[in-house]
Write a protein that binds this ligand. Structure first.
Ligand SMILES: Nc1nc2c(ncn2[C@@H]2O[C@H](COP(=O)(O)OP(=O)(O)O)[C@@H](O)[C@H]2O)c(=O)[nH]1
Ligand SMILES: Nc1ncnc2c1ncn2[C@@H]1O[C@H](COP(=O)(O)OP(=O)(O)O)[C@@H](O)[C@H]1O
Length: 204
C-alpha cells in the first residue's frame, strides 16, 4: 500500500468542484473528505458537519490562535480553514485525504507539505463558468459578480499546480482525477522499500 497523501482540488466558483468531488467520493469509498470550517452561512441543502462546520468569527479566531488549522484563508468575504488534526491523522494512517480549498490555502500547503498533490479544476469556457454560478442559484447578484471577478485572479495560479482537469462532462473529470490518483499511488517516493518488498513478498 502506498503512503497517505493530501489531494488538493481548487478552481473558481462554479467550476464544479463540489459536484466533481461528490461524484469522486461516491465512486471511491476509500478517499477521505476533509470537512472545512467556515464563517459562511449555510446554503439551502448544506448540512452541518457534512459540507462544512459552520462556525462564527469568534470561534474561527479561537481555532486559528490555537493553531488548529492546516491552512486557512479569507475568500469571497468569509473565512475558511482546514482542521489539522483530523487530516493529518488520516494521512498518517495511509489514507488519501481530499481537500477542496482555494488557491491561497493550496499555496500554504505547498510550502509545508511536499507530499501533497495539487489539481486545478477548470471550466470548459468562462461563459459556461458564469452560466453555472448563475444556474446554481445560491448567490445574490453581488456575490455572483464577486465570484466571477475572482475567477480571473484564481486562474493566475494554475501554473503552481501539478495537474489540471477540465470539467466539461462530470464523469470525464472524475476519471481524470482517478487517473491522477492512480499515477500518484505508483510514485516510488510513496513506498518505503520496494526492493525489500519484492524480495520478501513479490511485487504485487
Ligand atoms: N483555503 C481554504 N479554502 C476553502 C476551504 N473550504 C472551502 N474553501 C474554498 O472557498 C471558496 C468558497 O467556497 P464556497 O463558499 O463553498 O463557494 P463556491 O466556491 O461558490 O462553491 C472555494 O474556492 C472553496 O474551494 C478551506 O478550508 N480552506
Ligand atoms: N460538468 C458539468 N456540467 C454542467 N453543469 C455542471 C457540471 N459540473 C457542475 N455543474 C453545475 O454547475 C453548478 C456549480 O457547481 P458546483 O459543484 O457548486 O461548483 P463549485 O463547487 O466549483 O462552486 C452547479 O449547479 C452544478 O450542478
Amino acid at each position: 500500500m502506498s503512503k497517505g497523501f493530501l489531494l488538493i482540488i481548487s478552481g473558481p466558483a462554479g467550476t464544479g468542484k463540489g459536484t466533481v468531488c461528490k461524484a469522486l467520493l461516491e465512486r471511491n469509498k476509500d478517499i477521505i473528505y476533509s470537512i472545512s470550517a467556515t464563517t459562511r452561512k449555510p446554503r439551502v441543502g448544506e448540512a452541518e458537519g457534512v459540507n462544512y462546520f459552520f462556525i462564527d468569527e469568534e470561534e474561527f479566531k479561537r481555532m486559528k490562535k490555537n493553531d488548529e488549522f492546516l491552512e486557512h484563508a479569507y475568500v469571497h468575504t468569509n473565512y475558511y480553514g482546514t482542521p489539522k488534526k483530523f487530516v493529518m491523522d488520516e494521512v498518517n494512517k495511509g489514507e488519501i485525504v481530499l481537500l477542496e480549498i482555494d488557491v491561497q490555502g493550496a499555496l500554504q500547503i505547498k510550502n509545508n507539505y511536499s507530499e501533497a498533490v495539487f489539481v486545478f479544476l477548470l471550466p470548459p469556457t468562462m461563459e459556461e463558468l458564469k452560466n453555472r454560478i448563475v444556474k446554481r442559484g445560491t448567490e445574490t447578484e453581488e456575490d455572483i459578480n464577486r465570484r466571477f471577478e475572482n475567477a480571473f485572479k484564481e486562474l493566475d495560479f494554475v501554473g503552481k499546480y501539478d495537474y489540471f482537469v477540465v470539467n466539461d462532462k462530470i464523469e470525464d473529470a472524475v476519471s481524470d482525477i482517478e487517473a491522477i490518483i492512480k499515477a500518484e499511488k505508483l510514485r516510488v517516493k510513496r513506498h518505503s522499500d520496494i526492493k525489500d518488498k519484492v524480495i520478501s513478498q513479490g511485487g504485487k
